[in-house]
Design a protein around this ligand. Structure first.
Ligand code: GUN
Length: 293
């Protein structure tokens, strides 16, 4: 049985075309261009690649980007000053501080400092809380948002399904578990302390792995006919590989994401969508407040 390949690259192109048309229409009728501030601290090569991809994606859809590259030795207070400036800047709709941050920086303080209205990563507790409460007006973190769009585009309904997430990280696993609950799935979250990973993964209708451990998910850990979503992006010998042993696993599943070309582009598309959502909300609330006497 040939599995359905969940093609995030093609879906991303389609969504980005729509966003581009929206931006062009705003700008041609005299509106301000949406803007995203991207902050990179230090020179981690992987982070530099991710940030470059995000900035290029913005450019292609017509979103203006404001790039802040700070020294590796930057202190928490210095980064907080930059965030305060970005919170106040009118033309900045979204703020993204690339993680991980150097160890001397207090990541929690940084996330708390970002205005929830501009928090396009969805990491601020106000937005995480809205995810817990299934409130539409928050920002859903970009990778969970991208996975949700990819599954629904291919008609994969998670309602009532056993969704097993491997990895309980702050950026993907945790918020994704809340989003899948929102979508009425039965959710299991496995992590580094899980006693018997295979016992759980074998029970999955939909298995989502977000660990960054290449080849962690082997064929004998996957149920026949399952849907497999691979969030892993790891460079091994100059090649990008996922968490899933793709060649063996694809033989027994009904659908699977490739790496690259699956979840990766959908994450960037999630960021563009969140930036547009922030822009629409900010411009709408401005025009409303201007109408007030
Ligand atoms: N590092 C890895 N993934 C992400 C992400 O989605 N957002 C940010 N800000 N940093 C990341």
């Amino acid at each position: 049985m040939k599995p359905l390949i969940l093609d995030g690259k093609t879906l991303s192109q389609k969504i980005r075309e729509e966003l581009k048309a929206e931006v062009e229409s705003i700008v041609s009728s005299g509106g301000r261009r949406p803007g995203l501030a991207v902050v990179l601290v230090g020179d981690d090569p992987a982070s530099e690649v991710y940030v470059k991809n995000k900035i290029n994606a913005c450019k292609r859809v017509g979103i203006e980007s404001f790039f802040y590259k700070l020294e590796r030795s930057t202190l928490t207070e210095e980064l907080l000053e930059v965030i305060a400036e970005l919170n106040a800047r009118e033309e900045v709709d979204g703020i993204l501080v690339q993680l991980p941050l150097p160890s001397q920086i207090d990541q929690r303080e940084v996330i708390l400092a970002i205005s929830p209205e501009k928090d396009v990563d969805g990491f601020h507790p106000e937005n995480m809380g809205k995810l817990v409460a299934s409130m539409e007006d928050g920002f859903i973190p970009c990778t969970p948002l991208g996975i949700d769009l990819l599954l629904s585009h291919y008609g994969i309904d998670v309602k009532g399904k056993d969704v097993v997430i491997v990895g309980a990280g702050f950026i993907v696993g945790r918020p994704l578990s809340l989003l899948m609950l929102w979508r009425d799935a039965t959710v299991t979250v496995c992590h580094i302390h899980t006693k018997d990973l295979k016992k759980h993964t074998l029970g999955a209708d939909i298995l989502i792995s977000a660990t960054g451990v290449p080849g962690l998910i082997k064929s004998d850990m996957v149920r026949e006919g399952a849907v497999v979503v691979d969030v892993g992006i790891t460079k091994v010998d100059g090649r990008i590989v996922g968490d899933v042993d793709f060649e063996a696993v694809k033989e027994k599943v009904s659908a699977i994401t490739p790496v690259p070309g699956g979840v990766g582009p959908m994450t960037v598309t999630g960021l563009l969508m969140n930036t547009m959502k922030a822009y629409r909300r900010r411009t709408r609330s401005h025009s409303t407040s201007m109408m007030k006497p």
